[in-house]
Ligand binder design. Sequence first.
Ligand code: PXP
Length: 239
Amino acid sequence: MKRLGVNIDHIATLRNARGEKHPNPVFAAKEVIKLGADSVTIHLREDRRHINDLDTKEICALNKVLVNLEVSMNSEIIKKALKYKPNYICIVPENRKEITTEGGLNLKDNYKKLKEIIFKFKKSNIRTSLFINPNLNDIKLSRKLNVDCVEIHTGKLANYVKSHKNFSSELNRIKKSSKLASKLDIEVHAGHGLDYKTTKILTKIKEIEEFNIGHFIIGEAIFYGLPKVIKDFKKIIKN
Ligand code: PXP
């Protein structure tokens, strides 16, 4: 059964636009689970542009809410993550000037650092994932790094689909990477830039077990409401 993780960072973006307390990401975390999401994703960025430390602390402390915390390799952020103890961690690359996470991690250049970080999270019994581009070398390196899961960056595929370009090579890369990961006993997730159409395309890859979707869900919910949007995604993911 494929799972849906809802990224609620942009609830905090909206809250921060006013510098007040509404809309509240902690309420959002509880609400999306009530509405059928399997987990909640938040990204504690170094520049705290959306989710902040207090949000992270409070969301990680919620009962019956599985929390997937995205973190960079920054040592201050890693320390906070170990303190707040989310259920899951996804290590992502981070660049202060980017609008959003633009690609997967460079596993080769960061191998030693990642090995140390993954060891710490796994010692704390936190399911650990690496956000990677869809290529076979990175899957093999992920195995060597001993992670539980990989999240495949689907941004490129999403851009091709949205601009009506041929996406078959990119989809094939995602398919092959997912198959190898699964064969090597690494759980496969997918995320970034996903909407109804791209998610539907990816559901054909049986190895993908979890989708983490944020911006489109929150944006679409402005028009149709979270209950409908989450329900529609669950339906797509189930089929
Ligand atoms: N997965 C990861 C690892 C991400 O970094 C992001 C963006 O923060 C997402 C999923 C969600 O991407 P989007 O907001 O484009 O759906």
